[in-house]
Design a binder for this molecule. Structure first.
Ligand SMILES: C[S@@+](CC[C@H](N)C(=O)[O-])C[C@H]1O[C@@H](n2cnc3c(N)ncnc32)[C@H](O)[C@@H]1O
Length: 271
């Protein structure tokens, strides 16, 4: 069968997912498929295409089948149980990059690195930056290490395992960044299987959902220098709560909206 015919076969998976999967199996970029429409697909690739396609059709994330996903113009290894990088998080990276000085050495801390997409892209675009990154999941830390090596920034990223600030002694970082789990516990059962597969501790932030922000606000004075920046991704309805948490700590707070107009990033400057 030719590329065009394969892509036209009826399927519950979107055309984009089908193209990404086929391109992956042919070892090419999906944008190139357009030029390859008349190409005859080898039978073993065709057989694998239909076998693999049944998984996204059943709701399994295509990203985990591909084993990698794009984030902020870079490609990251992804793995079941670790959060798949989201476009909303690119806003966080973008806003931090806009505000990071480029003329002096900086030390940042990320709590909950996941795939490492935030720290690795910040390090990639700011060579004056070094980061410490932590996660409670060893699988996430291994993945972050792989992604840091892939993008040539592993010599500026020190990783450690543990629960938020617990393993760290107080230190005045220039930047503290986190996209913590922020979904309320009661929503877990209602989440689609395709999302739950990313892991409970990647997603669930406690009974109210914003418990991690409370813990970050409680600890931040010991881990951010005066003039330092905290940058957090938040749930769409958490802007007010998180803003108040940091204003009460004397931070000057700014919120940034995502593409759908929802508050998605909180930035706070420590006086
Ligand atoms: C929403 S994911 C974000 C991952 C990644 N930073 C991103 O933006 O794609 C939250 C991450 O926090 C980690 N995490 C959950 N509880 C934690 C804790 N108590 N201490 C440190 N990390 C934690 C999870 O394992 C997960 O990797």
């Amino acid at each position: 069968m030719k590329v065009r015919q394969l892509l036209q076969k009826p399927s519950r998976a979107s055309l984009r997912d089908r193209a990404l999967l086929l391109a992956h199996l042919l070892g090419t970029d999906h944008k190139e498929l357009y030029f390859m429409e008349g190409l005859e697909v080898p039978p073993e690739v065709e057989e694998r295409f239909f076998r693999e396609l049944s998984r996204p059709e059943e709701g399994y994330p295509l990203q985990y089948i591909l084993g990698e996903w794009d984030f902020y113009g870079m490609t990251f290894f992804v793995e079941e149980g670790v959060l798949i990088p989201r476009p909303e998080t690119e806003i966080l990276v973008e806003e931090v990059l806009k505000r990071l000085p480029e003329d002096k050495p900086l030390l940042g801390l990320e709590l909950g690195v996941g795939t490492g997409c935030i720290s690795v892209s910040l390090l990639y675009y700011r060579t004056n930056l070094r980061m410490l990154g932590s996660d409670i999941s060893l699988r996430a830390l291994r993945l972050t290490r792989k992604n840091a090596l892939r993008h040539g920034v592993s010599d500026r990223l020190l990783l450690f395992a543990g629960d938020l600030f617990t393993p760290l002694k107080p230190y005045p970082f220039d930047l503290l960044v986190s996209n913590p789990p922020y979904i309320p516990e009661a929503h877990w059962e209602k989440l689609p299987k395709s999302i739950r597969i990313e892991g409970y501790s990647s997603l669930i932030g406690g009974v109210r959902g914003w418990e991690f922000y409370e813990r970050l606000a409680a600890g931040v004075a010991d881990y951010l220098k005066p003039g330092g920046l905290i940058a957090l991704e938040i749930g769409h309805d958490q802007g007010e709560v998180v803003r108040r948490l940091f204003e009460e700590k004397g931070f000057k707070v700014e919120t940034i909206r995502d593409y759908s107009g929802q508050e998605r990033v909180v930035l706070g400057w420590r006086y």
